[in-house]
Design a protein around this ligand. Sequence first.
Ligand code: ZN
Length: 194
Amino acid sequence: MSFPENGDRQSFCIQFRHNVLHNSSSFLGRTPSGSLVPEERDIAFMRIALELARSAEQAGEVPVGAIVVKDGEVIGRGFNAPISRNDPSAHAEMQALRDAAQFLENYRLIGCELFVTLEPCVMCVGALFHARIARVVFGARDPKTGACGSVLDLFSEPRLNHHATVTAGVLAEECGQVLSNFFAARRAQQRNEN
Ligand SMILES: [Zn+2]
């Protein structure tokens, strides 16, 4: 992977205790001084994913961005790039999973969280299961292909073996706005060309 943003992986390290990531439910309701409350933490990470969505937009791709976080550190980044990569699987989540797996040198991303600006599709949820991602946080819902409750809800399917938890709607408005702006601009451009 050679995203321009990948150069300084270590630079993103939001102050957060190591053990909180592994047992985030015990953290809910507690706000140790100096730490971010869970909601603020999710928002801070989603903002990084949003920046990556903007990178996708600049490349002419549908603006979706994703990161993988382990122990409070961003270890994988991705943005939607199927057109530029001639790759139908190059969704933001897949790119971020690949980046994180290369970083860890392990296809299993144990104890990791994935933040993505748009509700993951069936393919990406499948990859999240295979990677053993512990927690998924997404922004806007995708009524057309969302597989976390909008079209399907693979996370609540008991026949699928996984242990991930899902948090929906973090910065949903901003994440959705980036997409609507993109499609509005594209429609306007198409009108001008006709
Ligand atoms: Zn996807």
